[in-house]
Design a protein around this ligand. Structure first.
Ligand SMILES: CCCCCCCCCCCCCC(=O)SCCNC(=O)CCNC(=O)[C@H](O)C(C)(C)COP(=O)(O)OP(=O)(O)OC[C@H]1O[C@@H](n2cnc3c(N)ncnc32)[C@H](O)[C@@H]1OP(=O)(O)O
Length: 243
């Protein structure tokens, strides 16, 4: 596999060094919110207790709302060239909904492990099909990225061959099937970690590195956390054609 390349340039992950105190605090808050979300859909405590907790949560939310970023501002922990995304709803350690899944290269595949919770429930005791699609999208996109390709999801197809149980370790495996021009075709599977050869979900995605004018339209307004101009504007976007 070649080095990851994005429209924002290619840089090895270790050149980005976020504030460790902020990283630790965001990771801890993400974990705490994850526990809260999971427990909030599992709890059977009395209505009065739930109402009290809701009031307490609203107070905490007001404290966090004292300063916030808007959608055009990157988190101080995020880096576009290396695709560090702290608040991804699939892989972000700062996101309470995320399992979160961490992906790694293994030979010519990309592998991730996770366990879904009650907050991801669709049919009772099993994953929501949309949640599984989200896992698959991130798996396939990460597989393209870690193979040195970058693209937005142009097509995502899934076959649900078996229901995905909650609270059970899962293994996700992706591999690049084809590359041509700005297009990367990736396939992937979700299975039980205990039965990795029995596919529960099979997916295929087409990831396309957008043409420069689309990149400018989507990401041209981005700024970094300190108000600087984020990479990703028209002149950098032309790098996309080299993918
Ligand atoms: C360390 C960990 C790493 C983590 C990494 C994190 C990874 C992140 C993971 C995140 C995961 C989540 C990711 C997300 O959630 S991305 C969010 C969801 N996706 C979108 O919002 C994308 C919306 N669509 C678009 O913006 C445009 O349509 C795009 C940009 C996709 C293409 O518009 P553009 O104008 O630029 O393209 P083109 O028309 O010149 O076509 C170019 C080529 O592409 C081929 N084509 C186009 N469409 C399709 C299609 N549907 N099937 C098959 N092929 C298609 C086309 O035939 C042509 O091929 P060829 O004729 O040249 O052969």
């Amino acid at each position: 596999m070649t080095s990851p390349a994005t429209p924002w340039g290619a840089s090895p992950p270790d050149t980005f060094s976020p504030d460790p105190e902020l990283q630790a605090a965001v990771t801890e808050l993400g974990a705490a919110v994850r526990d809260l979300l999971e427990t909030s859909v599992a709890t059977t405590v009395a209505p009065g207790e739930q109402a009290d907790v809701a009031a307490g949560v609203r107070e905490l939310t007001a404290r966090l709302a004292a300063t916030t970023r808007d959608r055009h501002t990157l988190s101080a922990l995020d880096d576009l060239p290396t695709f560090r995304r702290t608040y991804s709803p699939v892989s972000g350690v700062g996101h309470g909904f995320a399992p979160p899944v961490q992906f790694r290269r293994e030979g010519d595949t990309v592998v991730g492990e996770c366990t879904l919770g009650l907050r991801h429930e669709g049919p009772p005791a099993h994953s929501h099909g949309g949640m599984t699609a989200m896992l698959m999208d991130q798996l396939l996109g990460s597989t393209a990225f870690l193979a040195g390709r970058w693209g937005m999801t142009a097509h995502l197809g899934l076959e649900y061959r078996g229901a995905v149980p909650l609270q059970t370790p899962l293994v996700l495996v992706g591999r690049v099937a084809d590359v041509s021009g700005r297009k990367t075709v990736v396939t992937g599977t979700v299975a039980l970690a205990a039965e990795p050869d029995r596919e529960l979900v099979r997916g295929e995605g087409v990831f396309v590195s957008p043409r420069p004018e689309l990149l400018e339209r989507y990401f041209g307004d981005l700024t970094t956390a300190d108000g600087g101009r984020a990479p990703g504007h028209a002149q950098a976007a032309t790098d996309g054609s080299t993918l």
